[in-house]
Design a protein around this ligand. Structure first.
Ligand SMILES: Cc1cc2nc3c(=O)[nH]c(=O)nc-3n(C[C@H](O)[C@H](O)[C@H](O)COP(=O)(O)O)c2cc1C
Length: 155
């Protein structure tokens, strides 16, 4: 099974779309579009996200104590594309705020899920990062969906 066929097969599993954000040790915010989010455990509350070894986020998330999962709303496709493409500064002109705890929250997200990194496991060319959910907030509205390599809005 080659990567193209794998991608095509798994593309039939519709997912939400998130942007994982955190702050680097130098304080700069960093973010990446990710749809590999999964709920892992209810008690304790754990989730996982798989991060490609080759991404800028990879080493940063393994160095960070905490990270934020911004679940994208239906009108945030442009943000999903921006945070999945090369950009000098992905945050420039993008509404966001940094909390006193150092969490990076994107404006207009459907949910903000605050995570403390508790474990990481090898997963092929990705690292499976497990976070304990320590807080969060939700907002009303339709979600952005990723399906068969394209975006859709679930009305
Ligand atoms: C819808 C969508 C979902 C993605 N999900 C993931 C993911 O779960 N994990 C991952 O490592 N990359 C994922 N990517 C790819 C990264 O967003 C992309 O490779 C990223 O821009 C890496 O570039 P960077 O190293 O400059 O941050 C996804 C891309 C898209 C468009």
């Amino acid at each position: 099974m080659g990567p193209g066929r794998f991608r095509q097969l798994l593309g039939h599993f519709a997912t939400g779309v998130t942007i994982i954000t955190l702050r680097r040790p130098d304080g700069q915010p960093i973010g990446m579009t990710a749809n590999s989010l999964a709920s892992v455990s209810l008690d304790p509350p754990l989730l996982s996200v798989c991060v490609d070894h080759q991404t800028v986020l990879h080493d940063a998330i393994l160095a960070a104590r905490e990270f934020m999962v911004n679940v994208l709303a239906g009108d945030q496709e442009a943000l999903a594309r921006r945070f999945a493409a090369k950009h000098d500064d992905r945050f420039k002109g993008v509404g966001h705020r940094i909390t006193p705890e150092g969490h990076v929250l994107l404006d207009g997200a459907l949910a903000h899920v605050e995570c403390r990194r508790v474990a990481q496991y090898p997963g092929g060319d990705h690292t499976i990062v497990v976070g304990r959910v320590i807080g969060g907030s939700t907002h009303r509205g339709p979600p952005l969906v990723f399906f068969r390599g394209g975006y859709a809005v679930l009305e």
